[in-house]
Design a protein around this ligand. Sequence first.
Ligand code: RB5
Length: 153
Amino acid sequence: MTEKIAIASDHAGLELKLDLKEFLTELGREALDMGVDNDASVDYPDYGSPVAEKVSTGEVKKGVLICGTGVGMSILANKFRGVRAALVSDVYTARMSREHNDANILVIGGRIVGKGLAREILRTWLETRFAGGRHQRRLDKITEIEKKVNGQG
Ligand code: RB5
């Protein structure tokens, strides 16, 4: 079955989002585009939330978010239970964020990272598997902390 990837940006990430959306299709993935579709100024939480929600509920396994620096989208996405959003601007971190952190949302700064590098980051991120083992133990600790912080632990 074709892997579905939810993707969204604000106005500052639109150009890169359109390019990465096309690249997702080239990589054989189905891109679920949650906006924006024009460069009018918007608030990134309005567009990042639907993607983070889909990942949090398990409706999709992975998402991609883009804003100007990627910082706002990262802060937002990591508020959602079970979301592990990684702000990435190099290929090594892209690989490690999957291998060690099992990141389920890739965040890129559209004003920081060029299209060529962003494509390599995305390809690497999609193709790298989580290593498990000691890294799973660490993620389990984060899950426990998340429960405590949200009053369910
Ligand atoms: C929009 O100007 C910009 O603030 C936004 O795209 C993002 O970089 C926020 O973190």
